[in-house]
Design a protein around this ligand. Sequence first.
Ligand code: NOJ
Length: 999
Amino acid sequence: MRVSSVAALLLPVWLLLATAVDLASAVRPNDFKKCGDSSFCRRIRRLSTYAEMHGPKFSSPYSINALPSFDQSKPSLKAQVSSALYPGVDFELEVRFHNDGTARVRMDQVGKRHGDWKRYDEAEKWGIDKQPELFKQEHFSYKSDTSRSTVNFGPEGINTFILEHNPIKATFLREGLPQIVLNGRGLLHMEHFRPKPDPFPSPKSESDGDAPSLVFQNKKRSLQEAGHAASAADAWAGFEEEDRGEWEETFAGRQDSKPKGPEALSLDIEFPGKANIFGLPEHASPLNLRSTRGQKDGDFHEPYRLMNTDVFEYDADSPMSLYGSVPVVHAVQPGSAASVLWLSGSETWIDVDRVPGPSGNETARTHFFSESGILDLFVFLEPTPDKNMALFSTLVGKTPLPAYFALGYHQCRWNYLSTDDVLTVNGRFSDEDIPMDVIWLDIEYAKNHWYGVWNDETFPKPERMLEGLDAEGRKLVIIIDPHLARNDDYFLYKEARTKDVFVKMPDDKSDYEGWCWSGSASWLDGFHPDLQNWWNSLYSLASKKLKANARNMHFWLDMNEPAIFNGPEITAPKDVKHHGNWEHRDIHNIYSVTYHAASTLAAKLRESPNQRPFTLARGWWLGSWKHGAIWTGDNLGTWEHLAVCIPMMLANNIGGMSFCGCDVGGFFGNPSPEMLVRWYQAGIFEPFFRAHAHIDTKRREPYLLDEPLRSAVRDLIKLRYKMLPTWYTAFKEASSTGLPVLRPQYLVNPHDANGFAVDDQYYIGDSGLLVKPAVQKDATKVDIYLGEDRPFFNYFTHEIYRGSASGKRVSVPAPMTSQVPMLQRGGSIVTIRERVRRSAELGWRDPFTLYIALDSQAHGGVRAKGRLYLDDGQTYADEEGDYVWKEFEWREDSSASDGSATIVSKDVEGSSSAGTNVSASSRGNKDAFRKSITDVRVERVVVLGLDKPPRSIKTREGPVDFTWKKGSSASGKAGGKASVLVIKDPKVKIVEDWTIHFE
Ligand code: NOJ
């Protein structure tokens, strides 16, 4: 029995603590490791401290002693690497070069095996979506001599790779300028497999003092013989003197048996001349990554940690790990950018600091260290962050188009307690005229917390409940966690036992047993090849295993870090086993994806033809976005948590996870009405928009608010619904370009270094809409940063603000009711559906309004443009080309002084949908959706900032009526309210190509 009876007894205490939350208290620090609590983190971080101390005298013991070989056919470079620390242990380094200008660096120990073990080398199976094409041989050039090898690659060979042999150092250059340096500080280290010392040294006694051991002496001698300066040899040899933690480790009373011994890897990666680095989600911390060496005020003192954990009451400003992990960093400086993906699924820590760099800019330095696995990383060398983001997304997979309803409002709490409760909440939303798409059921729907088994006392007729929701176009989400109660009366547990698909104990013989909501439980092993088919049978509509399963039922995959109440750091012990003879240590962060992937595929396959599934998971890693949405876990109902949600979502977005959101209202606590309204003001701009609350909180559905706040929240949710076409279009673009749905300032305006620290506002896709929620108590206005020399229009008041290329802050009203800080960038056209219905899909044939915000002048004849994407929102017919993707442009001839202009609507040229290449005009008869909305109108066109009213406006059908409200022009310098021209009924259809002429 792994679960100690003590731990089992302690469980109720944990639950008690979890429910009686004191919001003033912070995370319980003793539950989670700091670097100093982790043996490998201590070892490797100590190495970098030694390196700092010894400055230039410290050098890497790793070198290449024989000329590398080049394989023209791949093309790649391979080199044997050895370490002066361990004569006789060899490593193989491989660098592959790709057509898109990216490169991949891998290193593994030669011989690889230690008994039955090898280093985990399958992260790419889960993390890489599409292997990049290898570089075309004819463009590949290289040369090598004893000291260095040089390779030119990438489009037109503008990228260069220089590998210095002794000590080993790798530099990636773009147009001759260094962008990424690996091992520049000599922190490369790969702990090789080794036999366990016998006898195993006992813990150091006090009397040992600091006397150097024999091992130390020998190692120092061999390093000196290999040419290392005395102090560097001291540093390395001393570093190797780390403790018994290489072979066993105990944290908070829980032991890690470490049968493989030490296996950590370490590499310093720096970005010369680029001080700003972004990425490494998920952390509750600023978007521009802080330095972690504690040298300056505001620095963190701990490295960023990537280790998916169920962090109870997490701090709102901390590098500690949370529920998700994506080991990618994007480095940026005006005119230059580079990114690195560190492909590891094991626990990883990253130190960040900055030092003086070339051209007066600082250089951001990172130091990555992971507990196990091979060294495997990708570099991206495009000069702008959006291009690197696109390459990254192509490599790891883009966000797919979600089902349309999933962008609506989700109403959740732990728990709606019965069928009646659900139907009453549903009815209240309808009666109160508040749109809503999904009601959620947390764990209490399930008898004994046996997921998939309805509590038939409280949910006697779940199918009737689903029908009731369906009648209003609404959906139900039920929770199915990856732990199954160990009870032979529970059908899923019994089936899983028969299939033998549970995570195993370290001896691989019996199923691992831990504690979670269901009491004693075992965990599904997402790495097991037999899991998927069986899991499909659970979700299948035909199998009826999930009694009441229906098309309008969807799935919440919580606790998939995995969260284990009595496990170390509330997760799985590192030495439990997964299929393939992998230790949990090797795949910890990947586990979250496996359960998300298996469940989403099962949901997709549950009927034919397949419908787009919706799943929400909490734990996530690279590529989780291909399977569904995530949220930021158990936040608090505090102003700090409301504020930190924004940089967290931005980091998630640039890490690849666009479809994310935070529990609106805060999971813990009872937010004041003011805070709740502010939370909705922010929530309507989160890609995944869900209110959720802990079981001990008071009910806080929006209809429970008093007036005028109830109406304020109603209007906010309605605004979200009006904007659904914009959100859906933003997702379409994300799914095709790989750029995120939420775009931070640095990504949109990479020329403007002043804006790099701005992480409390963002653009919604390419729409031109810029939002900055008010997240402070008693706020009446917010300052919005405008990093472009253009007009920006207040969406509600039509006030014009002017930005500047070097950034300018403007003050925008942020009242509690009637408006939120949202600006429309001059030069954009946004499509809105002004009519709002009970749920998203019900509005599928409703007409559209175009909001045209003019730029100060035309660029290439175009003064504003925008796109609208539509499809059936449910099926995969879009992949066959059955969609409508329109582009709108305001065109004017700048030489014509008569004010003539034309609005043009046309299909997006050469548009292709994910995975196919179907142009809008060649879709044959796969046109069912397009045909079904042929008569849907554009009911209004609103033009902001026109200089003067036109004499007439005409469409193909003749003149149309319009109204004109005098105001400021987009091209003028003054602010004030913009002129507003409204065409009430332009008599054009959304699917058609058309023009509207202004004379
Ligand atoms: C933890 C989740 O984070 C929370 O949202 C949920 O309500 C509880 N588990 C109960 O399922």
